[in-house]
Design a protein around this ligand. Sequence first.
Ligand code: NAP
Length: 422
Amino acid sequence: MPTYSVAIVGAGPAGYFAAQALQNLQTPELQFSIDMIERLPMPWGLVRSGVAPDHPRIKTVSKVFEKIATSEGFRLFANVELGSDVSIEELEEKYDAVVIATGSALGKTLGIPGEDLAGSISAANFVPWYNGHPDFANFHVSLDCETAIVIGAGNVAMDVGRMLALEPNELDVTDTADHAILGFKKSNVRKVYISARRGAENAAFTSPELRELPKLEHTNVIMSKSDINAAIERAGESPEKEVKSNLDAMLLITEQENKGHERTIEFLFQHTPVAINGIDRVESITFAVPDGEVTIPCGLVVTAIGYQAASIEGIPYEKGKVVNVEGHVRNNLYVVGWAKRGPSGVIGTNKSDASDVMDKLVSELKSPKNSGDVTELLIGKKYIDQAGWTKLNTHEVAEGEKAGKPRRKVVSHAQAREISGI
Ligand code: NAP
């Protein structure tokens, strides 16, 4: 019974779905031993540190991840970094196949004056900060201002806008990091603009996210009816299904009465950022608009305009992605998820994507190498296995239970390692 060894680097959705696809392809004649390597002391990637805390239903996919992880032939090696603890060449040599699933961790930048001022931050830092990613526990977010501007018209901009404008007590029952809940409770932000450079018909939001906005209990949501009507006109008589669904959802928002809450999210369309202004910190932002320019005073600017992959030594990158042809990089090296196709799609998109790449990987397998595994590269290095992660997971859930939350995240590398038993 030939058993092929596969190393998957990155324990986020793309990595788990790649493992699942391999598990599903197993037959009595074709078996896989899967070693998943993760830089952080905990797995789940964006499901843990990307998905908004007020969207707990999306996080239930972690149950699927745990089923994959506890299936025979799967091992977790967390707290192991590709590039410093092990090299890609070493993995390629030992394993029959290696799959890169390291995502897109870096925020794209606008390239406009003032972007480096204090108070101008990327969603790529802000989102992991409120989600308790251990690399971002000490990240500084300027919440001492009245007005915040979010740049971008995608679902990340929407998550960021909501998190800034929610009544912070609503976060008490979520797994938002303790430090972020404290920060939001002290926040002076009351007005959040979400700005799109194009019209509403071109927004990248998805309609379920738009439809949930009128349900916010403590936040006014403002969209201009004339903006949306103009967008409907521009979209023409037979717009694409998604565009129509978005515009319908936006029209419903325009029809809402202002509920007179203290906190407001307002959408600005056809606003292209041209400069962030200030001396030592952000004081305002200037947008080009169809009939000229407008400048809006604000103390916080969050760019949510997409992501690109952070490069890892030994792997070829171009335009923020790993260079690949349908997931194949070279020899026995493959790539899945955002590192492969760029930062698009919802979590489930990674399932079909990973499955296609794993079909290709399996069709290209040669005879098993039987040349060892990552443990031989980690002599003297402490790593967290599935049992260690289970200790941390159980600890977080138990701590959460005491506070009426789904979990209370451990946000320090050292504490996470200690609780995991290494
Ligand atoms: P996205 O959907 O690609 O949206 C990026 C937005 O940034 C677009 O509106 C884009 O506008 C704008 N943008 C890009 N460059 C810009 C610039 N220089 N100046 C101003 N605006 C600029 O990306 P995302 O929001 O980061 O989301 C990534 C993926 O994760 C998406 O597929 C998203 O649906 C998914 N996601 C899903 C959920 C959920 O299901 N709840 C939550 C979060 C994320 P243009 O169109 O004009 O380029």
